[in-house]
Design a protein around this ligand. Structure first.
Ligand SMILES: [Zn+2]
Ligand SMILES: [Zn+2]
Length: 271
């Protein structure tokens, strides 16, 4: 039975399909658990260019969620939540508001550094990998300490896919201490790491890199989930079996899925 903990619909600025169509597609694919996690990018408000990107209308989205929940979804559990883009200033805003919404799941992600989204690549101009990656790992660790209720750490390694560095990997000795610090924090806080397959990179098929997932397991981390991060119906559960085999190979036996912020274990199966 497949699960998917991360996706976007037209409520997000970059979603391609409406929420009803995405949920319909997930049911057709036979998922037992499917989460809509719209972009809540308050961090963009403090960026120069990104602040003009359409923000999520949280009230309107939540109204739709309430209506949808009443309608039921057959055998599938449809979860609703947001992907909250971390920055120090944005965290304060989330802290004041997120508790007002009865979401199932919140993903804590980092897209921006130095007030720009790594997606646009400018962040890496004239800067050494060493410097940027260390700063990114520190920021990730800082983000785990936010006070609002979140469940999943989004796509660890996000910036590496846009860095353009010939050797993009985070799995090097020089970053090991910082990676350990981050993973130990995640474990101590009982948060979940997602295996995100929405990667547009010639060599990377998922994030975090396998070495990081292995280290997380070694340190005692057991909460992992699958995230297609689909923005279109056809991408729901995309590369699910690849992620499931990687997880099983490392030793994970269950996915964690969240219903009203409560973790539930689902056995990872390849059929
Ligand atoms: Zn993201
Ligand atoms: Zn996403």
């Amino acid at each position: 039975m497949m699960i998917d903990s991360h996706s976007h619909t037209k409520f997000s600025h970059d979603g391609r399909e409406n929420i009803d169509a995405m949920i319909g597609a997930a049911r057709e694919k036979g998922l037992m658990y499917y989460a809509v996690t719209e972009h809540l990018d308050r961090d963009y408000k403090y960026c120069k260019k990104e602040r003009f990107i359409r923000a999520l209308n949280l009230k309107k989205y939540y109204k739709k969620v309430t209506e949808l929940r009443e309608s039921g979804f057959g055998d599938m559990y449809a979860a609703f939540g947001v992907e909250a883009g971390y920055s120090e200033k944005a965290a304060k805003w989330y802290e004041e508001r997120l508790a007002n919404y009865d979401f199932d799941v919140v993903i804590n992600s980092i897209h921006t550094m130095h007030a720009q989204d790594a997606y646009f690549g400018k962040l890496f101009k004239n800067r050494e990998k060493d410097d940027v990656y260390r700063e990114y790992l520190d920021l990730l660790t800082e983000s785990t300490a936010v006070k609002y209720d979140y469940d999943i750490i989004g796509h660890i390694g996000y910036i590496t896919r846009y860095s353009g560095y010939p050797n993009y990997t985070l799995c090097e000795d020089r970053f090991a201490d910082r990676i350990d610090a981050l993973l130990k924090n995640i474990i101590a806080l009982d948060k979940c790491v997602e295996i995100n397959t929405h990667i547009r990179h010639p060599e990377m098929k998922y994030l975090p890199e396998k070495g990081i997932l292995q280290r997380y397991f070694e340190l005692g981390g057991r909460r992992v989930t699958f995230s297609s991060d689909a923005h279109r119906a056809e991408d729901i559960c995309s590369n699910y079996f690849l992620a499931a085999s990687v997880a099983l190979e490392i030793g994970f036996t269950h996915w964690t899925v969240y219903k009203k912020h409560t973790p539930h274990d689902v056995e990872i199966k390849l059929n």
